[in-house]
Design a protein. Structure first.
Length: 318
């Protein structure tokens, strides 16, 4: 191993004949912010699943740390104890507990039954919690219930809970999704700060988040149906200049010519009234039948809920 913190060697994995990752290789070094970019289905989340032990690859290896430890046959808990922390896209905090209580529960301490039963909060742990809360920008709301935080604050709290485990590598899935502009700016600054003391790898679609990364890894589909191939790697400027990078073209402002759709005609319509589920707040919408419809909006605005729940149920009733 060449001094890298994490080395991914020829990883491939398939699901029901679809190759989600195809011979993917790259290194992650200490103290840097890397972004894994690419279209949906390119294998970005699968890559994180493999590193953290959630998914076993069909071939290849993942080597960790100075001792060259293979992670392929390690359990999720073993990999976490080695120093790999992962945050999923949706924040999972204990909403009935305060910010402070969430951070205390996440502190890196002994987890056997006796240690947990007789644990006493002490000055050292108090200092750790205060430092983490200050770093993530929640020092002023330590006593607030986590369920009362904004979406962005919950994301920061979960990042803080990962920091409490003292990881060497942070894997973070779309941290800016659903955030306000101000929250997104705070998140960018937070991740840049964290990358000065540990490796931070972010799966992200947000343009601003991508541009501030030290290094981009662009994965995407190659020829045929297979995805998960390395299209480009380098600084944001290098990836933008790479003709093989799909995301690089997007960052550069490239757009495909509009398609000639021919004589598309509406054959009917489906009207949804007062749709209220998850984050849908009384939506009234008419969907033309026989035409391709695009539902747009920022992450967290209810696009998937509208498709997966409201429209699915409506068509079943027809």
């Amino acid at each position: 191993m060449s001094g890298a913190l994490l080395e991914v060697n020829g990883i491939s994995v398939s699901f029901d004949g679809f190759k989600a990752i195809n011979s993917l290789s790259f290194n992650i070094d200490n103290c840097e912010l890397r972004a894994i970019i690419g279209p949906n289905g390119a294998g970005k989340t699968t890559f994180m699943d493999i590193i953290t032990g959630k998914t076993r690859p069909d071939s290849g290896d993942v080597i960790w740390g100075e001792k060259n430890v293979s992670l392929i046959k390690k359990s999720e808990s073993e990999i976490a104890n080695l120093g790999v922390g992962r945050k999923f896209q949706k924040p999972t905090v204990f909403e009935d507990q305060s910010v402070m209580e969430n951070l205390i529960m996440a502190l890196k301490n002994k987890r056997n039954p006796w240690s947990v039963l007789f644990y006493k909060y002490n000055k050292i742990d108090d200092e750790k919690v205060a430092n983490i809360a200050s770093d993530i920008g929640l020092i002023s709301v330590l006593d607030k219930l986590s369920g009362e935080l904004s979406h962005g604050q919950k994301q920061w709290l979960e990042i803080g809970m990962l920091l409490a485990q003292e990881p060497q590598l942070l894997l973070i899935d779309e941290p800016a999704a659903g955030m306000t502009h101000e929250e997104r700016n705070h998140t960018v600054l937070l991740l840049k700060k964290l990358s000065k003391t540990r490796a931070v790898v972010v799966v992200e679609h947000d343009e601003e988040m991508i541009r501030v990364a030290d290094w981009l890894i662009d994965v995407g589909p190659g020829a045929g149906i297979h995805g998960g191939q390395l299209l480009a790697a380098g600084t944001p400027k290098e990836v933008i200049a790479n003709k093989d990078s799909i995301t690089g073209k997007w960052l550069l402002g490239y757009s495909e010519k509009s398609l000639n759709r021919g004589g598309v005609k509406k054959i009917g319509e489906l009207t949804i009234r007062n749709a209220r589920e998850n984050n849908l707040q009384g939506i009234d919408v008419t969907i033309p039948l026989g035409m391709m419809v695009s539902i747009t909006g920022p992450s967290g605005s209810g696009k998937s809920t509208l498709i997966l729940h409201t429209l699915y149920n409506a068509f079943n009733l027809m």
